[in-house]
Design a protein around this ligand. Sequence first.
Ligand code: TRP
Ligand code: ZN
Length: 888
Amino acid sequence: MTREGTSTLIRREDYLAPAFWIRKVELCFDLDPLKTIVTSKMQVERNAAVAHGPLKLHGEEINVLRVLINGESVSFRTEDDTLVIDNAPDADFALEIRNTCCPEKNTALSGLYTSGGSFFTQCEAEGFRRITYFLDRPDVMAVYTVLMRADKTKYPVLLSNGNLVEQGELDNNRHFAKWHDPFPKPSYLFALVAGDLVAREQRVRTRGGKDHLLQVFVRRGDLEKTEHAMNSLIASMVWDEARFKLPLDLERFMVVGVSDFNMGAMENKGLNIFNTSALLASPATSTDADFSRIESIVAHEYFHNWTGNRVTCRDWFQLSLKEGLTVFRDQEFSMDMAAAPSARAVCRIQDVRQLRAMQFPEDSGAMAHPVRPDSYVEINNFYTATVYEKGAEVVRMYQTLVGRAGFEKGMTLYFERHDGQAVTCDDFAQAMADANPGSELTKRLDAFKRWYSTPGTPRVTARGSYDAISRTYTLTLSQQNNGAAPQVIPVAMGLIGHGGQVLPLELQGEAEYHGNERVLVLDQAEQSFTFLNVFVEPVPSLLRGFSAPVLLDDGLSDADLLTLLTHDTDAFNRWEAGQRLALNRILAAVRSGTPLQLDAAYVDAMRSVLNHPQLDAAFKELALTLPGEAYIAEQLDVVDPQAIHAAVEAAQLQLAQALRADWVAAFEANGTIAGGYQPDPVSVGKRSLANLALAMLVLDTQAADAAVWQGRAYQRFKDAGNMTDRLGALAALVNGGAGLADSALERFHALFKADPLVVDKWFALQGRAPEREGRTFAKVKALLKHPDFTLKNPNRARSLIFSLCMFNPAAFHRADAAGYVFWADQVLALDAINPQVAGRLARAMDRWTTLTEPYRPAALEAIRRVAAKPDLSPDVREIVERALASGS
Ligand code: TRP
Ligand code: ZN
């Protein structure tokens, strides 16, 4: 494959409105896997606000057949990925372009491609230009009419955005369908699907009395796995109307599953396309985590219909305008679905754990960028944890600063002002501020907006001092952000007495006590807050619910943390206190280079949590799970991945040994649930704690009853009534290095070899297995040759290769550099097939500069080897060049 066009840096400050608008487009597809003919008839007008110039359309990997203006052929040039018409008329005109493309050879899965014999499209961010020449930018919005023609036997179902207006028979066993989408949209929201699919259907009536048809299309045989997605879709509709008064604006809303897909799912107007991994669920083949992920992705894409589609982005620098906001909305939805306060806290803890594992490392590594980036080479590289998850935290801070009702007012004003427009993050901020005059946000809007422009995770330091004589408690908060101007940081907090009492709060300047929680707004480099009439020395509980995406140093002692772990009324901070106790111990061992030895105080605290009569199983599981290795690495200037892993493994084993009787009790209490499988929060919590307990019981191979628990795990693996229990038991055997692991793996594969999503789990489990004398790494290399393995399917590539390179640091970072050689080989192999997925894998080296010897020079050599390849995609080139730049 040769690559034309040089990589250019696109800058946010260079934004120019388009020289032309395309108001309407009629597309006609003669679908054929090897040569699809596309005819596009566009209604074009000059943008009066922009100086005259040629019409330049984007196009990639397509062959133009003819170009007509007002029915007459016209002279044009094609120069690297653009089609230029120098003599476009001044008056409005009709532009017709006919071209071909080859869906069958489209392994990049961007544009029009085939998967399992059907046709699918993926146009975000810049895939539409791989279908036909167009102004492929989000601020050009057109009304689409789409005519599809295809073989009736192979492609009985023909779908596109909007409403079906006509369908019928053609000769040669072909048929056609015509779709019309009344809402103007950018080209990235265009979609079509053609294939032999079946649908689950549901008619629903919304509050306003309108009837809608919901459809979930999948391959024959997968229909029974669509019930959960359909339920999630209905729940999302109900929620968006109730919480934000946002109704479904279409008569028909379609969701389609495809097994070859670069990401989770895509919000095409009225025709969402999903990776089957984010859509199909059954108790026998999907875990609780799958059910929950499907619920939130279905909701996420549905919510985009307003936040993204009705109001879209002016340019791709504004990506977080739709993604951060929509992630926030799906997080809120999941919390509301979880309902009980403790289940809501579990959702929040999981979201924060994800943010810390993925976004914090990103924000301090080679790819660090602001929520609203200033430049990019390849926009696909900026669908990141920063744009999505940190973006969602920024939206959450608006809500914290203006309150829930104020946030809803802000949303209403945003849609009043911008419905049907392509806008910027500034427009969103302004709507929030204008809807909430006098609020903590509006008072300091410009400073708040630094969250969009400042990369890096702010560090907040908090120190308290208690004056027993004056009964005052002064809390001094300071922030550092790599020298950047101070951010606006909402610090939700409360004070707890050492005996566990919740203390009432009276800030200096207030007349009397009111309430026991406050949101302090830190917007200076340093600020002090004084509380009056504090009768006992308090322990501060800061950043409750993780009220800002920062790293907090609160200087709390073990005794303080134990107080919070036991008594804090904020469940998030109870969990956080336990994590901090673990983190302190792991960091001490890693820093001193001595083996980790857990102390009785910590072990006893964990025992109390595990045996606590009131705490939920879900919370116990989270509290007893140690901090992730990536997050631990973020606390260190120089990283030895093997030392971190050794400390975490030691801590795990000691918890397994010291609490063995308690793990047995936890397993017995939670291991069996009466009735059929339900993915409700209580059952999910019980299964997760049972799985953790089982893993702990199998982990200690020296225990007197080790063989008994291996046997029980194997039995449970064989007899499990659902995938959560089955995979949990299998993971316990594999991760525990049990003798029965290999036979269990074999059995699992034999049972599920016909189900690709389960085979993915089988590969992923082996890719993530703890390293033991190089056996995991050797196994992964051997699995590359397994008949079920292929790089062409992104889910499969991720299941094995990403599992090793991104989620198994101890197996990946090897003294002999073989992990890095493997990475370079796979990045190059993937780049020839699918640059987007290759670009993701390239990011495994984002944090190479912090590695200790011998890893750092070996990593550099591998990155240089990739960078030396002359015809890299812009995707991979941008990532490896940023990696190299971060080391100089
Ligand atoms: N907009 C999609 C979402 O977040 C993301 C997405 C799906 C995507 N497929 C893509 C982004 C391909 C880039 C390329 O819901
Ligand atoms: Zn999204």
